[in-house]
Design a protein around this ligand. Structure first.
Ligand code: ISE
Length: 332
């Protein structure tokens, strides 16, 4: 049985804690830590775990075999590095890091250790519907994929949210999905902002329209809408030269904040992607003794390279080139 420790017991970490606690004899939640001690104690009491004094104590705990990092984004890289240093597998929530140099520290640490420790929580790869898109593309049924259309809408975000976060925290999912569906790296990015509306802060372009160019010439567009109001809504359509495959799109629709709950829109991503998170955690727990982590630190790094180029495009207003560079041997 694998002993798991969780750092960060906010919404996401608590969800993972309950999931681990439901895995029966495959895994056991040993310890949790959060700067919010009350939150940590509440989750520990609910799931039969202990509360560690701090992050390092949790990572060093001999009963903890593997760690889930679900704390705020800025802490991901330092905590992942501490897990690698301790020689323990780690599943970190996305993004791996906000900046490319921080992600490179993780690659360097794994390369120096000569093995992979890090799984990045791009849970959409485990979602049954995204899985069907990928299987259909791989079967050749829609021919050569030409364009991927994506929609990513959240009901609302806190007023401090800014466009950069939409790119590095939200669009990063589509960046990963595009790389995964197309099996290609992204080589350039651009974005457009619609007119501003007074109900959102000046620092937020919402929605933001993103365009990605894949190395093989396929194109990806993403509408990322942080304050869509009506619900959580994620869609993806891939059009090829023989047909299209789509998820989340339907026939004629009229959706408003009033009608959305009855029309079945989930309130948030934890609800929409529950099966994906379940599969992600099971897959991680089962692979802890030897399977190659996937999505790996390389996938986390590559997604951040693209997100960082989008942040540049936000500043310059121009299309920006992306250079992911050659994949190190360890990640091939
Ligand atoms: C949010 O930042 C997340 O972390 C979720 O994974 C994502 O699904 C959501 O739409 C994002 O805004």
């Amino acid at each position: 049985m694998v002993g798991i420790g969780i750092i960060g017991t906010g919404k996401q970490g608590t969800d993972h804690a309950r999931r681990i606690a439901s895995l029966g004899d495959r895994a056991r939640l040993v310890a949790v830590h959060d700067l919010d001690r009350d939150a940590a104690h509440a989750v520990a009491a609910e799931c039969g775990a202990k509360v560690s004094a701090d992050d390092q104590a949790l990572i060093d705990d001999p009963e903890v075999d593997a760690i889930i990092v679900a704390s705020i984004t800025e802490t991901h890289v330092p905590l992942v590095l501490a897990c690698i240093e301790a020689g323990k597998p780690v599943l970190t929530e996305k993004p791996l890091g906000i900046t490319v140099p921080s992600c490179e520290l993780v690659l360097d640490a794994e390369i120096a250790a000569g093995r992979l420790f890090t799984t990045v929580g791009f849970m959409r790869r485990f979602d049954p519907e995204y899985g069907r898109l990928k299987a259909t593309i791989e079967a050749g049924t829609i021919g050569v994929p030409l364009v991927v259309h994506c929609i990513h809408r959240n009901p609302s975000v806190p007023s401090r949210h800014h466009t950069r976060q939409t790119l590095t925290d939200t669009v990063v999912h589509e960046i990963d999905i595009a790389r995964w569906l197309l099996g290609e790296e992204i080589v350039s990015v651009a974005l457009e902002k619609p007119r501003h509306r007074p109900s959102v802060s000046q620092q937020l372009a919402d929605p933001v329209l993103v365009r990605l160019e894949a190395k093989n010439g396929a194109r990806v567009d993403v509408e990322a809408y942080a304050n869509a109001g009506y619900g959580y809504d994620v869609r993806c359509e891939v059009i090829g030269d023989k047909g299209y495959v789509a998820m989340g799109t339907g026939p004629f629709a009229l959706v408003t904040a009033e009608s959305a709950p009855e029309q079945g829109f989930p309130p948030d991503w934890l609800t929409r992607f529950r099966p994906a998170y379940d599969a992600e955690i099971s897959h991680w727990v089962e692979g802890i003794d030897g399977a190659r982590p996937s999505p790996s630190a390389w996938d986390g790094y590559a997604a951040t390279v693209v997100a960082e180029a989008l942040v540049r495009a936000l500043q310059t207003g121009h299309r920006e080139a992306v250079s992911v560079g050659p994949r190190p041997e360890l990640y091939r």
